[in-house]
Write a protein that binds this ligand. Structure first.
Ligand code: FAD
Length: 342
């Protein structure tokens, strides 16, 4: 750090729906936000998780499906149009122990910020097969989000496989029985680690069966999935199973490693926001939005919603920042979107 480090009023980290919404709101509030949008890696691309999906049917305002990349391009464009500045780098380290806060970028070094909104999302865990990655990227019938993609016409009345053994896998498999001719849960052990109630609900569903002691070692199909190669985890034998879709439900990893121990994180690594209906983190002046602080809803619209909340909260915090360590004021007006629910 030196005196010439660029100083910004507010920095938004990330480039998914949460980051662009927070940038849009803070730009319209004349805070001249800077968005650190990240760099492409094997697991993440600027634009966020929606860059991985071909059709989005559940983002309000688009009666026809919109492509994930197009939606993210539009969100970015809207924020930039209102004055957000974008830096194509990743944040590699932060120091929230002093104000102004300090952030180290991958190429240009340290910058300073009076307030920070973290919207770095989470990444879905994948099995790690090249065939899985190819078909997930091209809309070939492999997905990591049943709630997002399960209702698409592509998956209707087909045999759908779900990989996983936790609560999410049970929930996703049960959800998919509404659309599939049959759902097959593939699990590498002979018992699930999901909660009893979730397991009972899944196993009592007549549209669902389990392939125990099995793991997916290949996904078959050129443009579209048509089958899986399963390995028996006890005998090592391989067998082929015909399926019309694969949903990978083996958890998510929040993108919080760059935070070190600067913020309070949950045991799973998500940013904690201790006050209900607020986005402020364990450090005043640092806010979190989107999937990086939400391991429950994980939708584009909820990410955008919390991005808006973080922006409004940050704006009000900056306005009251004079008193060191001040918490954002409690909002009581009916028009407020961050006030306590009734
Ligand atoms: C296959 C798939 C399909 C989906 N389909 C739908 C759907 O149809 N409808 C729906 O509502 N939801 C869908 N979702 C869920 C939705 O994508 C997420 O809920 C949403 O994208 C979360 O937004 P976010 O802004 O929190 O972060 P993300 O979209 O996760 O974006 C965060 C981005 O921040 C950047 N970043 C990360 N670390 C850093 C760093 N250190 N420095 C700078 N930048 C960083 C990266 O570029 C990262 O991609 C889908 C998810 C997946 C995986």
């Amino acid at each position: 750090m030196n005196e010439s480090s660029p100083h910004y009023r507010i920095v938004c980290i990330g480039s998914g729906p949460a980051a662009w919404t927070s940038a849009l709101y803070t730009a319209r509030a004349s805070l001249q936000p800077v968005v650190i949008e990240g760099e492409p890696t094997r697991e993440m691309i600027p634009g966020g998780q929606l860059m991985w999906t071909t059709e989005i049917e559940n983002f309000p305002g688009f009666p026809e499906p919109i492509g994930g990349q197009e939606l993210m391009d539009r969100m970015r464009e809207q924020a930039v149009h209102h004055g957000a500045k974008v830096i194509n780098e990743a944040v590699e380290e932060v120091d929230f122990s002093l104000r102004p806060f300090r952030l180290r970028l991958s190429w240009s070094g340290w910058i300073e910020a009076d307030a920070v909104i973290i919207a770095t999302g989470a990444r879905a865990n994948w099995i790690g097969l090249p065939s899985e990655e190819r078909l997930a990227r091209t809309g070939g019938g492999v997905s990591a989000c049943a709630v997002c993609d399960g209702a698409l016409p592509f998956f209707r009345d087909k045999v759908l496989a779900v990989v996983g053994g936790g609560d999410s896998a049970m929930e996703e498999a049960t959800y998919l029985t509404k659309f599939a001719s049959e759902v097959v849960l593939i699990h590498r052990r002979d018992s699930f680690r999901a909660s009893r109630v979730m397991v009972d609900r899944a196993l009592s569903n007549p549209g669902l069966r389990v392939e125990w002691n099995s793991r997916v070692v290949d996904v078959l199909g050129d443009d579209f999935i048509n089958g899986l190669v399963l390995e028996d985890t006890v005998t090592g034998e391989h067998r082929t199973m015909e399926v019309g879709g694969l949903f990978v439900a083996i958890g998510h990893t929040p993108n919080t490693s760059f935070l070190g121990d600067q913020l309070q994180l949950s045991p799973k690594g998500y940013i904690m926001t201790p006050t209900p209906w607020r986005t402020v983190t364990s450090v005043d002046g640092v806010f979190a939005a989107g999937d990086v602080m939400d391991d429950y809803f994980r939708q584009a619209i909820t990410a955008a919603g919390t991005g808006c909340m973080a922006a409004l909260e940050a704006e009000r915090w900056l306005a009251h920042e004079g008193a060191a360590g001040a918490r954002p004021p409690v909002l009581e007006t009916a028009e407020s979107s961050v006030g306590k629910p009734e």
